[in-house]
Structure formats: structure tokens, C-alpha cells
Ligand binder design. Structure first.
Ligand SMILES: *Cc1c(COP(=O)(O)O)cnc(C)c1O
Length: 431
């Protein structure tokens, strides 16, 4: 494998784009080496600027759930383009899209379209604050909700502390309104609620975390948050930007059986186009302008081309629900294969897995929150990542990401992934 063109492009990119990339994790800083520049993709394969071919296990961080260059989605986009790219006025497709989303995600009575997951979570939080007339929010350490100021907060020392900004540019005032607790730690949340009585507007979380690697909620955790929210007039927001339409037509909330007040959506909802959405109970959503007082707007929101792509993928998933069983089966096959590899090699690394999401953590301890995830050997992961890439397997370039299986991965490709995983683990990692 050579990466001459990628290297040249990256050198030029660094002159004109901060860090050479338009989103930080693409720069491969967490794993070492330079990023691969992608030229095209089809189905389960991506091709880079140097003609190398990879089996795709990130799928644009989730959206390409049916695989790349899906005919249905592309045809819908081609049809939409003929009618102009944007109107900034209401269209039929937005109505169909909203109706379909509320059908697939029953906890959503009404929904507002935006252009990214970040916009969805920022808007949801503003709405929850406006609706409850309270300022503070609780988020969980290791959960990512986009790059809105309120969410760029890490936990300080101790189980539950006042937020400190994770990034320069986030003001102290903003940080103070974000309280953080460890994922899966219900008693830490209860303590925050007691200490900040009548001040907390919302609890926001990824019901299945994907942004500290794949981390599942323990039994009773989500149910406990639901009860707390009901008892304290707090809005429970599930950030399903990653899990929505992936774990089930109705997302993680359908699989786990806990119903939030509001849901944020992104990634799959656009089928590869920039789309996000937030929705929930009618009485809360009716607080959004122009119906209500909470302002939120967007020149390109509900863009006709983006809606065409999003509607095409959602309608297909809604009609062909067997897709979920099939994707989950292939994902389960890969996970079982990797587990077998680990046991053949006498390695005790942890795999967290649900549906078409999983992470291999380079630690033999259980991973249930960000602290336990951080016990992973990230330099070992870096080696693993680079060796897998050299063998034609395109993984997420960080230990703290989940992998996203698409419907285009066949059993045969899954077996190739398992085989490469064995070769890399045995040749590089077992000393
Ligand atoms: C990706 C992601 C976001 C941010 O979405 P963008 O479209 O990148 O702004 C928010 N929340 C979760 C859970 C995500 O995975």
C-alpha cells in the first residue's frame, strides 16, 4: 500500500485548512500517521486517492447505513436536483419527512429539521431551558453532543462537579450551567439534582454511548433517569444522532424500552446529506418559534435535496425492517469472530456490542463509563489501527469511537475482517 497522493494532498491541505481537515478526528492524530484522502466509495468498499481499496467499517461515522452510493438514495437526489437546490420555503417533502419520523419514533409528536447533529442538540437544550424556565443541564462524561458550547465540558475531579470548559472560547458562565456525571452512575445524578434543586432544565445523554467507544447503559440506569426527570420537572433528552434509525427503526429508545421527552437525530436521517432534527412531545415542541417563544431558524433547514436523500433511506428502512436483523447478524458475526481470535491468542480485551455498533477496547477490564474506557492502551490501538488500514480495513481512527456496520457488508467481507483482525493481533500485538 502506498499513500503518495494522500500525503501530497495533506501537505497542501495543511497550508489552507486548520490541521488540514474540516473535522479534527479525521486528522488521525489519535492513532498516528497521516489521513487517507478518499476518492470514491461503493457499497462496502472505499477507494483512496492512491487507488487503495478498503472494507468500510465507519460509513461516514454512521450515515451510510445501506452502504455507499446506494441507488435508491442517489436516484431520489437526482430527481430532487431537477427542481432547484433550495427555496427557503415550505415543501411537500418536509411534511412527508416529519410524518415518517413521528411514525418511526413514536415518542416524537412533532419534529423540526436542522442541518447537523450539533444544531439539533443545541436547539434541543435551548428549548428545554425555555420550556422549563431553568438554566442548568446535566450531561455525562464521555458523551458527545456536537460542538455546541454547553456540551464542551469535561467533568472535574470527583464523581460530580461543576463543569470546566474543555475548549478555550467556552465561557465560564456557560460551563457553570453544565453539570457532569459519570455514565451509568445514577447516584451521582441524584446528588446533582438534590444539590441543584429547581435549577436543572434537562438531562441529555446518548442512551447507548458511541463517542467514548461503544458503552451500554446498565440495567436500571435509563429507567432511573426517567423517574428523576418526572419527579423534578426536567426534560429527558436522548441524543440519538448516532443510534437513531441504526439500532432499530425507533432507535435505542425502542430497543431499551425507555421513552424520552425529546430526541435529537442526525447521521442516518440524512442518508449522507447534512441533516439533523430534534423532536419530542407536542407540548414541548409547540414552544418553538413561530408557534412558541423559543427562537430557532435555518436558511437551509429542510433543504429539498437533503430531504429527498433522508426520506429515501428512512422510507426504505421503514418498509424493510428485516434489514436490521441482517445488519445485526453480520455485526454479530464479526464480533463473535474477534472474540474467538482473542481467546485463541489468549488476549483478554473487552468488546462492547449492541446491534450494528461495537468497540474493541485494548483493556481487559469492563468498560461502562469514560474512566473505564480510558484504561485502554491507546498506543496499542494506534498500532492496531494502522496495521488494519494497511491490510485494507478502514476503522474509526480512535479507540474512543464505535464501529458502524452497514447493510452492504456481506458474510464474506465479515470473514475477511475477522481474518485480518487475527493476523494483526497475532503478528503485531502478541509479543
Ligand atoms: C455525531 C454526533 C453529534 C454531532 O453531529 P454533527 O452532525 O457532527 O454535528 C451529536 N451527538 C451524537 C451522539 C453524535 O454521535
Amino acid at each position: 500500500m502506498h499513500l503518495k497522493n494522500s500525503k501530497t494532498l495533506f501537505e497542501t491541505a495543511k497550508q489552507f485548512i486548520p490541521g488540514g481537515v474540516n473535522s479534527p478526528v479525521r486528522a488521525f492524530k489519535a492513532v498516528g500517521g497521516d489521513p487517507v484522502f478518499i476518492k470514491s466509495a461503493k457499497g462496502a468498499k472505499v477507494y483512496d486517492e492512491d487507488g487503495n481499496e478498503y472494507i468500510e467499517l465507519i460509513n461516514s461515522w454512521g450515515p451510510m447505513f445501506l452502504g455507499h452510493a446506494n441507488e435508491l438514495i442517489e436516484e431520489a437526489v437526482r430527481e430532487a436536483i431537477k427542481n432547484s437546490l433550495s427555496f427557503g420555503a415550505p415543501t411537500r417533502k418536509e411534511v412527508e419527512m416529519a410524518e415518517l419520523i413521528t411514525h418511526m419514533v413514536p415518542s416524537v409528536d412533532k419534529v423540526r429539521m436542522v442541518n447537523s447533529g450539533t444544531e439539533a442538540t443545541m436547539s434541543a437544550i435551548r428549548l428545554a431551558r425555555g420550556y422549563t424556565r431553568k438554566d442548568k443541564i446535566i450531561k455525562f462524561e464521555g458523551c458527545y453532543h456536537g460542538h455546541g458550547d454547553s456540551f464542551l465540558i469535561a467533568a472535574g475531579s470527583g464523581a460530580a462537579t461543576m463543569g470546566v470548559p474543555d475548549s478555550p472560547g467556552v465561557t465560564k458562565g456557560t460551563a457553570q450551567d453544565t453539570l457532569t456525571a459519570p455514565f451509568n452512575d445514577l447516584s451521582a445524578v441524584e446528588q446533582l439534582v438534590t444539590e441543584n434543586k429547581d435549577e436543572i432544565a434537562a438531562i441529555i445523554l446518548e442512551p447507548v454511548a458511541g463517542n467514548m467507544g461503544c458503552v451500554l447503559p446498565k440495567k436500571g440506569f435509563l429507567e432511573g433517569l426517567r423517574t428523576l426527570c418526572d419527579a423534578n420537572n426536567m426534560v429527558l433528552i436522548f441524543d440519538e444522532v448516532m443510534t437513531g434509525f441504526r439500532l432499530a427503526p425507533g432507535g435505542a429508545q425502542e430497543v431499551l424500552g425507555v421513552t424520552p421527552d425529546m430526541t435529537t437525530l442526525g447521521k442516518i436521517i440524512g442518508g449522507g446529506m447534512p441533516v439533523g432534527a430534534y423532536g419530542g412531545k407536542k407540548e414541548i415542541m409547540d414552544f418553538v418559534s413561530p408557534e412558541g417563544p423559543v427562537y430557532q431558524a435555518g436558511t437551509l433547514s429542510g433543504n429539498p435535496v437533503a430531504m429527498a436523500a433522508g426520506f429515501a433511506i428512512l422510507a426504505h428502512l421503514n418498509e424493510h425492517r428485516n434489514i436490521y436483523k441482517e445488519v445485526d447478524a453480520v455485526s454479530g458475526r464479526i464480533v463473535a469472530g474477534i472474540k474467538e481470535n482473542l481467546s485463541r491468542l489468549g488476549l483478554g480485551y473487552t468488546i462492547n456490542h449492541i446491534g450494528s455498533m461495537f468497540s474493541l477496547f485494548f483493556t481487559d477490564k469492563e468498560v461502562y463509563d469514560f474512566t473505564s474506557a480510558k484504561q485502554s492502551d491507546t498506543s496499542l490501538f494506534g498500532i492496531y489501527f494502522r496495521e488494519m488500514l494497511a491490510k485494507g480495513i478502514y476503522l474509526a481512527p480512535s479507540q474512543f469511537e464505535a464501529l458502524f456496520i452497514s447493510h452492504a457488508i456481506t458474510d464474506d467481507l465479515a470473514d475477511q475482517v475477522i481474518q485480518m483482525n487475527y493476523e494483526v493481533l497475532s503478528s503485531v500485538l502478541v509479543k
